[in-house]
Design a protein around this ligand. Structure first.
Ligand SMILES: Cc1cc2nc3c(=O)[nH]c(=O)nc-3n(C[C@H](O)[C@H](O)[C@H](O)COP(=O)(O)O)c2cc1C
Length: 222
C-alpha cells in the first residue's frame, strides 16, 4: 500500500474481531511510528500498550464509572461545539446511528453505543499515549497527534484497524490504577487497535470531509 492510498483508506474502526494482536506486530508498529517528527525532537510520547485481562478490567471499570454518572475529567473532555463544527459532530453521530440501526428515541441503545466507546470498542488491544506533566501542553498535544496518525497508518500494513479515542481516557484514574500510569504523566489519548470486523455496520462508515476549496487559501499562484 503506498502512502497516498494508506491515508485515503484509513478510517476509524469501531468493531473488531476478538483475535489478539501479536506483541511483535505492535512492537513493529510502534517502532516505525516513533520515527514521527516532534517539536525540537523532544519525543514526548510515553506509550502504554494494554491487552488481555488487564484491558478487560479497564473496560469494566470505565463502564462502571460511566454507569455511576461520574463526570469525565474536564481537563480531557471536549467542550461544547457550535456552528459548522457542531453540525459536523452531529452529522457523524447521525451516520453512525443510522448504520447501527439506533433511532433518536432509543435511549437504551444510544447508552449502549456510548458504553462501547468506553470499552475501546472491544478491541483486543489499546494504546495509551501520555506525556510528562512537566512538558508544555499545546506543543506535546501536537506531537501526540502526529504519532497517533503514524500509528494508525502503520497499523494498516498489518491488516489492523484503529480508532483514535478520547473516550478511552476520559477516566484517567482507571488507567492510572490498572496500567500503572503515575500522576506525573498527563494522559492524552488512546487508540483502540485490532483486526477489523468488516461485517460490523459502523465500520462501513465513510466519514465526510469538507471540499479542499473550502479549507485551503491559495496565495501567490495568480
Ligand atoms: C483526537 C481524536 C479523538 C477521537 N475520539 C473519538 C472517540 O472518543 N470516539 C470515537 O468513536 N471516535 C473518536 N475519534 C474518531 C473520529 O470520530 C474520526 O476520526 C472522525 O469522525 C473521522 O472519521 P475517520 O477516522 O473514519 O476518517 C477521535 C479522533 C480523534 C483525532
Amino acid at each position: 500500500m503506498n502512502i497516498i492510498e494508506a491515508i485515503r483508506v484509513r478510517k476509524s474502526i469501531r468493531g473488531f474481531k476478538p483475535d489478539p494482536v501479536p506483541k511483535e506486530i505492535l512492537r513493529e508498529i510502534l517502532e516505525v511510528a516513533t520515527r514521527s517528527p516532534s517539536s525540537e525532537n523532544v519525543q514526548p510520547w510515553e506509550i502504554t500498550v494494554v491487552t488481555g485481562k488487564l484491558l478487560d478490567k479497564i473496560r469494566q471499570s470505565n463502564v462502571e464509572m460511566l454507569g455511576s454518572g461520574t463526570t469525565p475529567n474536564p481537563a480531557i473532555a471536549r467542550g461544547n461545539l457550535y456552528g459548522i463544527y457542531r453540525e459536523r459532530q452531529v452529522n457523524l453521530a447521525v451516520q453512525i446511528f443510522k448504520l447501527m440501526g439506533i433511532t433518536r428515541e432509543d435511549k437504551q441503545k444510544r447508552a449502549e453505543w456510548r458504553q462501547r466507546g468506553f470499552r475501546f470498542f472491544d478491541a483486543p488491544a489499546a494504546i495509551i499515549l501520555s506525556v510528562d506533566s512537566s512538558l508544555d501542553e499545546s506543543q506535546t498535544r501536537f506531537d501526540i497527534g502526529v504519532i497517533s496518525q503514524s500509528i494508525c497508518l502503520a497499523a494498516l500494513n498489518y491488516g489492523l484497524g484503529t480508532c483514535i479515542q478520547l473516550q478511552g481516557v476520559l477516566y484517567p484514574e482507571v488507567l492510572r490504577k490498572f496500567a500503572d500510569i503515575p500522576e506525573s504523566k498527563r494522559i492524552i489519548i488512546s487508540i483502540a487497535i485490532g483486526y477489523p470486523d468488516w461485517d460490523f455496520p459502523a465500520n462501513k462508515l465513510e466519514s465526510e470531509r469538507e471540499h479542499i476549496e473550502n479549507v485551503v487559501t491559495w496565495c501567490g499562484f495568480d
